[in-house]
Ligand binder design. Structure first.
Ligand SMILES: *Cc1c(COP(=O)(O)O)cnc(C)c1O
Length: 491
């Protein structure tokens, strides 16, 4: 930040005086604006070693007030080196988390207002904007109007809430009596694929279903849940006296972005009266583009769906959109209203504190509203399709080269591929790919991740950042090729 006057206000007023806030606020926005202009100049992956940042911080909070200039200076000199730049155009390691100018401005306003959206009356606009904005998003991705929305922090929590509602739907009085020590209650079982996100299993852990009772159904050669095996597993569990109650299908799995056969799974769920939750945390946003609407085939038959605007919808982390046909069950699962939180309008309004384990809730709808308005449906479609176009380009280069291969289909903008020069053993190919990943990440110009598919190391490139342009993708392809040459030379 710029050198500015040391402010003497700390001991004289309670909060920062408006004039000081204004001046520093401008400075911070200026800093962010230049940061966004110069993202390429930062190493994507932070280069610090474990403990390095902590070692540069004092062991205790200051006794005396410190000038804001010092705080802002340390932000740049101490904190920034420990930042991995998710905004960097060549950040491909994890999903497509991309904020945006409109989203950042809304976050500033939301924290400025410091609203807690727990009850309707604690800010009617926060509650009503949440309902309306999610209804906009529902329409954009083509879900039927029977779905109503709630915003949570993350997909992990959205999915946990879905599983809690699914359990509530069984009418087993678990909310009151719990599950332990009940001779009348056989184990409840839930189903996902072996490619599902860990948050599904975590929901099972958190809700006392137990890891053993989270069945991971095998996938086909395109990493999609095998629906026949799902039906078999449910039948086997039922025959053993268990209570199958919930299926989680995924549209855009985390490792390969595979799409489970949701229409078939919906049929199985409906036949067996199981709750169907669809985890479209990453993939759901793509459906805003008409060309990609097919990814949501069958999702209209689900009981609940999660889509994360903080993944591929240009909304700063955190913002997870949960859609449910049976919000009444969510409410039944979680409502517990102490006297001091009763309000005269309880019957007439939605009090979002009743829709999850937490009381306090950030005003997250504001940033989604800003983003949807500032980009518009067309703007969002164009950007998403552009990311998919970049992915198609890279896929083509990979397919045209004998040194590289695609390892999974890439229906969205995330690629799973690996170097596969001829004449190497499988183990050597694995180490080669690990070496390529390390070389690229150490170089600071791009950040990739790897995953393991069918026991083999695979590189993963998730394209979905607003700052990514075609030139960055071309550069990354060149980096990959030189990293391959160098690793080959040194092995
Ligand atoms: C990222 C991801 C999640 C978890 O998202 P959080 O919001 O970080 O909890 C869940 N499912 C899928 C498919 C994901 O890609």
């Amino acid at each position: 930040m710029n050198e500015s006057q040391v402010a003497p206000w700390q001991d004289e007023t309670n909060d920062m005086p408006a004039e000081e806030f204004r001046r520093l606020g401008h400075e911070v926005v200026d800093w962010l604006a230049s940061y966004y202009e110069h993202l390429d100049e930062y190493p994507v992956l932070s280069r610090v070693t474990p403990g390095e940042i902590a070692a540069r911080l004092p062991p205790a909070a200051p006794v005396r007030p410190e000038p804001m200039n010092d705080v802002l200076r340390d932000f740049e000199t101490v904190v920034l080196p420990g930042i991995t730049h998710w905004n960097h155009p060549a950040f491909y390691a994890y999903f497509a988390i991309t904020g945006s100018g409109p989203g950042v401005l809304a976050e500033m306003l939301a924290s400025g207002l410091n609203v807690n959206a727990m009850l309707w009356r604690t800010s009617p606009a926060a509650t009503e904007l949440e309902t309306v904005t999610l209804d906009w998003l529902r329409q954009l991705v083509g879900l039927p109007s029977a779905f109503e929305g709630v915003i949570y922090d993350t997909a992990s929590i959205s999915t946990m809430v879905a599983v809690a509602a699914a359990r509530e739907a069984q009418g087993l009085d678990i909310r009151r009596r719990g599950m332990a020590g009940r001779t009348d209650l056989p184990p409840l079982t839930m189903y996902c694929s072996e490619q599902s996100h860990s948050s599904v299993e975590k929901a099972g852990i958190t809700l006392g279903i137990g890891q053993e009772n989270v069945r991971k159904i095998a996938t086909d050669n395109a990493f999609r849940m095998n629906a026949d095996l799902l039906a078999q597993a449910i039948a086997t569990d039922r025959a053993a006296g268990k209570i199958p109650f919930c299926i989680v299908a995924t549209v855009g799995t985390t490792a390969t972005t595979s799409i489970d056969p949701v229409p078939e799974i919906a049929e199985i769920a409906s036949r067996g009266d199981l709750w169907l939750h669809v985890d479209a945390a990453y993939g759901g946003a793509a459906a805003i583009a008409p060309e990609m609407r097919w990814v949501m085939d069958g999702v209209d038959r689900a009981d609940s769906v999660v889509i994360n605007p903080h993944k591929w919808l240009f909304t700063p982390v955190d913002c997870s959109a949960f859609f449910c046909r049976r919000l009444d069950l969510v409410q039944e699962a979680f409502t517990l209203v102490p006297a001091y939180l009763r309000t005269p309008e309880d019957e007439a309004v939605r009090n979002f504190m009743n829709y999850g384990p937490q009381l306090g809730r950030r005003f997250r709808a504001l940033k989604l509203w800003f983003v949807l308005r500032a980009f518009g449906q067309e703007g969002i479609q164009r950007r998403i399709l552009e990311h998919i176009r970049y992915a198609r380009m890279v896929e083509q280069w990979i397919r045209q080269s004998s040194d590289w291969e695609m390892v999974a289909p890439a229906p969205f903008s995330t690629l799973c591929f690996r170097a596969c020069p001829s004449g190497l053993s499988e183990a050597d190919v694995d180490s080669l790919n690990v070496a390529i990943e390390s070389a690229i990440n150490a170089g600071g110009q791009a950040f990739l991740a790897h995953t393991v598919l069918n026991g083999r190391v695979v590189l993963r490139m998730a394209i979905g950042n607003l700052h990514t342009e075609e030139r960055h993708v071309r550069q990354t392809w060149e980096l990959l090729q030189s990293a391959l040459e160098e690793s080959r030379a040194s092995s």
